[in-house]
Design a protein around this ligand. Structure first.
Ligand code: NAD
Length: 474
């Protein structure tokens, strides 16, 4: 089946297409998706411009109702959408269905936020004058999303953009246009007026780059790799656009001597390997104090070897394929590098089948200075780093160019509290995997991981609105 762009409320086909195949089975063709360029972005921006004044001025009730209906439609179709997500991205059907439900929750949350867009009334320092501070839409917002959360990330950008009265041009990752296309269909069915939401599919170098440079796009929210994100920030800054970036991670999970071993192994296994390690919040550095190191490593090695790698649509599968050949090649390169750098590499062999399957790998005896411990790998691999004590563990945890999520497993309230205060990260997890967050609270990091205002929860308003201060004399 052919899937078209969604521009100005119409389905717009293109002469060029991208064939979307499953990473679990290269013969499983999901569909052919329109592949646009700069001209399609220009059409979409023009539609978004025409729709802006009406949507910005629409009653919050109307915006609430569209988002609420979109959330309800996603819930109604969660099994079908979860299956599509598992097929096109490769995460397990349980993970994919969970992500789909998350997208619905996000739409419903921001339906409520549309009604809660409050301002302030302040007494002026000048007698008889009133001061009002209100939040207005930013304008046309460009959304650029990655492949690893193909329905949740579009949802958590789109829903607040629409809730606060902006119109949108969205570009999904080329590897996973299917879920974004379904969101366009759902918004159409939910009664989103023509031009308010526009979907343009195609390569980042053409579609993404045009979104960033188009003079009528006032703000860009980007999630993806550090290299692309930094360029997007520079290009936005030179054009005076508002920009928000969510990028990579090299998230530490500290395990100290007093940790509950079951909790520590469970959280590390989940954080490092679930979703095939393709999460910006994945635990890729397991930093373990000397007294528990051997027991932890033995248990983790055995548990990782037991993980079932295979078809994401099979309910027994725990680890699906990596997303494509180039990601698999990159992962295999890091496996070889870990051995070259002197790690004791455990696991990591290729899986069976007509897809990009690999077994989880542990880089035991790693140091924090090795490249495998410093660079984001984005696969089912984790360094295990031995440290003397908690103080060294904290120093190693913070010794990274990233700062997204930072975890500790301990039964000591004192250490947990100290870590929470001193971890240099946007999110801290105690006795929990570094990945796995709530949808109604802010998400984001520090240093090389994030730039600009936070996403999600009520904090999302900061990016998707702009402040107006009015002075009123009688
Ligand atoms: P990517 O940077 O290759 O692509 C991200 C998006 O940017 C895609 O839609 C792509 O087409 C587009 N793009 C590429 N070149 C562009 C350009 N010149 N101008 C504008 N847009 C362009 O990233 P990816 O491989 O799709 O995703 C994986 C990365 O995303 C990882 O680094 C991961 O850590 C990161 N990620 C971060 C978060 C977070 O919230 N921090 C969440 C998920 C993924």
């Amino acid at each position: 089946m052919d899937f078209a762009h969604y521009i100005g409320g119409e389905w717009v086909a293109d002469t060029e297409i991208t064939t979307n195949t499953s990473p679990a089975n290269r013969d499983d063709v999901i569909g052919t998706y329109a592949r646009g360029g700069a001209a399609r972005v220009d059409e979409a921006v023009s539609a978004a411009k025409d729709a802006l004044s009406g949507w910005a001025a629409a009653s919050p009730q109307i915006r609430h109702d569209v988002l609420e209906r979109a959330g309800a439609l996603i819930v109604e179709r969660k099994d079908e959408l979860g299956r599509l997500l598992a097929r096109e991205e490769g995460k397990t059907i349980a993970e994919a269905t969970g992500e789909t439900i998350r997208a619905a929750q996000v739409f419903k949350f921001f339906a409520g936020e549309a009604l809660r867009n409050t301002g302030d009334a302040v007494a002026s320092v000048r007698p008889g004058i009133d001061v009002m501070i209100e939040r207005e839409p930013v304008g046309i917002v460009g959304l650029i999303t990655p492949w690893n959360f193909p329905i949740a990330i579009p949802a958590w950008k789109l829903a607040p953009a629409l809730a606060f009265g902006n119109t949108v041009v969205m570009k999904p990752a080329e590897l996973t246009p299917g879920c974004a296309w379904e969101l366009a269909k759902i918004l159409d069915e939910a009664g989103c007026p023509a031009g308010v939401f526009n979907l343009v599919m195609g390569p980042g170098s053409k579609v993404g780059a045009r979104i960033v440079e188009h003079e009528d796009i006032a703000a860009v929210s980007f999630t993806g790799s550090v290299a692309t994100g930094r360029q997007v920030a520079i290009d936005c800054a030179t054009r005076g656009k508002k920009v928000q970036l969510e990028m990579g991670g090299k998230n530490p999970m500290v395990v100290v001597d007093d940790a509950d071993l079951d909790v520590a192994v469970g959280a590390s296994l989940n954080g490092a390997f679930f979703s095939t390690g393709q999460r910006c919040t994945a635990s890729s550095r397991l930093i373990v104090t000397a007294g528990i190191y051997d027991a932890f490593l033995d248990r983790l090695t055995a548990a990782a070897a037991d993980l079932v790698v295979g078809d994401p649509l099979d309910a027994k599968t725990q680890i699906g394929p990596v997303v494509d050949q180039s990601q698999l090649d990159q992962n295999l390169g890091y496996l070889a590098l870990a051995a070259e750098e002197g790690c004791d590499v455990r696991g990591g062999g290729l899986g069976n089948g007509n897809g990009f399957f690999m077994h989880p790998a542990i880089f035991a005896g790693a140091s924090n200075q090795m490249r495998v411990s410093r660079e984001e790998i984005f696969g089912p691999m984790a360094s295990v780093i031995r440290v003397a004590d908690y103080d060294e563990a904290l120093a190693v945890a913070n010794d990274t160019e990233f700062g997204l999520s930072s975890g500790i497993c301990t039964t000591s309230l004192k250490l947990a509290s100290h870590f929470r205060r001193h971890a240099n990260a946007g999110m801290v997890m105690v006795n929990l995997p570094t990945a796995g967050v709530d949808y109604h609270v802010p998400f984001g990091g520090r240093k090389g991981s994030s730039y600009g205002p936070r996403e999600q929860g009520s904090y999302a308003r900061e990016f998707y609105t702009t402040v107006k201060t009015s002075y009123i004399a009688p």
